[in-house]
Design a protein around this ligand. Structure first.
Ligand SMILES: Nc1ncnc2c1ncn2[C@@H]1O[C@H](COP(=O)(O)OP(=O)(O)OP(=O)(O)O)[C@@H](O)[C@H]1O
Ligand SMILES: [Mg+2]
Length: 252
């Protein structure tokens, strides 16, 4: 895998990470580095193991083998909440918002009351929130329930919530799935803000126009195996990748 800068240390490193579910190989010897200020694409057909990798990086799943490093420190056995505190933030393939709570409560879900009150009083924080909401095209009443939001708005709100934590590692699981063209442009603009704040962004996406236009590097999974690594143009023309997307069966 290419190192974008020889002098730069990786924010996140996966080293031969493995995960099986019974007989299903969801991740086999997956290795890559993620650097600050880059968008790293993680693509592959349905069931390839993309979301599993996010669950392994965040600590929701335990690895069966291999190691995960954050800023050079081994976090393979670090609990999920500690990884989150150290700057690993994710969004979900299907929005994880509480329908019965208002928008503000959802934005600060998991943040303790004292910290929330402090954040709400911080001008910097308020400025960032306003900027993110504007870039996301969200004109919201914070007291409204989540059920007032359309699906695309909920997905955008999740990305806003994630970037608001100023993550060092931002893991986006199909942020543009189900979004219209305009909403997808909002996603691009939000990712741009994350990059400007120097987050390392891992982007899982099936929408190839988005992947090819905003990723610096890409890795491709198929049946839990890393079948290709490279720049967008290299991946686009790679016959192994094309074959995987055309749906060759496992072991065929
Ligand atoms: N908790 C689990 N228990 C059992 N099997 C699982 C679990 N999570 C994932 N798998 C299996 O691991 C494989 C990879 O799943 P994963 O959700 O990571 O794929 P994906 O690449 O995110 O697919 P999609 O593009 O459809 O979201 C699949 O065969 C899936 O059924
Ligand atoms: Mg998935």
């Amino acid at each position: 895998m290419q190192n974008t800068s020889n002098a730069k240390e990786a924010v996140l490193t996966l080293n031969k990470v493995c995960k099986n579910f019974g007989g299903v190989v969801a991740a086999k010897d997956i290795s890559f580095d993620l650097y600050s200020g880059e968008v790293f694409g993680l693509i592959g057909p349905n069931g390839a193991g993309k979301t599993t990798l996010i669950n392994l990086i965040t600590g929701i799943y335990k690895v069966d083998g291999g190691t995960i490093l954050l800023n050079g420190h081994d976090i393979t056995k670090t609990p999920a909440h500690t990884r989150a505190r150290r700057g690993i933030t994710r969004t979900f393939q299907h929005p994880h918002l509480l329908n019965r709570c208002d928008i503000e409560t959802n934005i600060y879900l998991g943040v303790d009351l004292a910290k929330k009150n402090k954040l709400l009083k911080s001008l910097d924080h308020k400025k960032l929130l306003d900027e993110l909401l504007e870039v996301a095209g969200l004109k919201l009443n914070m007291r409204d329930g989540i059920d007032k939001l359309a699906y695309g708005q909920q997905k955008l709100l999740e990305v806003v919530r994630a970037i608001l934590t100023r993550p060092s590692v931002l893991l986006l699981d199909e942020p543009a799935a189900g979004l219209n063209q305009k909403e997808m442009e909002h996603i691009v603009a939000l990712v741009d803000i994350a990059i400007k704040m120097n987050s390392a962004v891992l982007l899982i996406e099936h929408r190839m126009d988005l992947v090819m236009s905003i990723c610096d590097r890409i890795t491709v999974l198929n049946f839990g195996n890393q079948i290709a690594n490279g720049k967008p143009a290299e991946i686009q023309d790679n016959p192994v990748v094309i074959e995987a997307y055309l749906g060759r069966k496992r072991g065929a």
